[in-house]
Design a protein around this ligand. Structure first.
Ligand SMILES: [Ca+2]
Ligand SMILES: [Ca+2]
Length: 207
């Protein structure tokens, strides 16, 4: 009996998600990123290098490009490199291409020099761009650098909103980001922030 109910609710969930095979994939020819930028104009950033971000000049802007997810997504950021309170920027409902709206800017006075992008789905825990922040410890965000075309130099960040990476389609929310730089490598944190320098020093002493 319980099994039947579980199957029924799974069916209802699939129906609510509109998973009739109509969702476009994120990558490759004909995918969402190809439609938006041209697949050949993108270079994926290695997973270890898109966890933390730098807000160098108070000019970080974010624009929604696409969403295919049953959950409503609240997009924002977490100030600093650990902890911090989620700062929501906008809520995205419905599915499809969004043409850069809604958009928002990230003030350096709130984000600090180092920050993390974050997505808070309506039916799942908040996910940070830093995998170790997440309840499931997984990396929920893929990042692509736009290398050619009118948006060259910007990044595209693409989110998976389900726990343990769910269906791994990473097109639950797709956001274009302008005015950020990556933290080149984790050891650079020590150079970029005084707090990071203290932590790095403490770690070195402990060894
Ligand atoms: Ca998904
Ligand atoms: Ca999806």
């Amino acid at each position: 009996m319980k099994r039947v109910m579980l199957l029924a609710s799974a069916g209802a969930l699939l129906a609510a998600c509109g998973m009739a095979g109509a969702e476009p994939v994120l990558t490759g020819p004909g995918g969402i990123l190809d439609t938006l930028y041209g697949w050949g104009n993108l270079s994926e950033v290695p997973p270890a290098l898109d966890q933390l971000w730098v807000n160098p000049a108070d000019e970080v802007a974010v624009e929604v490009q696409a969403k295919w997810a049953a959950y409503t997504q609240t997009f924002g950021y977490l100030p600093g490199s650990t902890g911090g309170t989620f700062q929501p920027l906008f809520v995205v409902c419905g599915n499809g291409y969004f043409g850069g709206k809604p958009s928002a800017t990230i003030p350096k006075a709130v984000s600090g020099l180092i920050f993390r992008f974050a997505d808070d789905p309506s039916g799942a825990p908040l996910w940070s761009s830093q995998a170790t922040d997440n309840l499931d410890g997984r990396d929920h965000m893929r990042t692509f650098l736009i290398t050619k075309g009118p948006s060259a130099g910007n990044f595209v960040i693409a989110w998976e909103d389900l726990p343990c990476l769910g269906d791994r389609d990473f097109q639950d929310l797709v956001v274009e980001v302008h005015g950020v730089t990556q933290v080149p490598e984790p050891s650079m944190l020590a150079v970029l922030t005084p707090a990071g320098a203290v932590i790095a020093l403490a770690r070195r002493r402990r060894r």
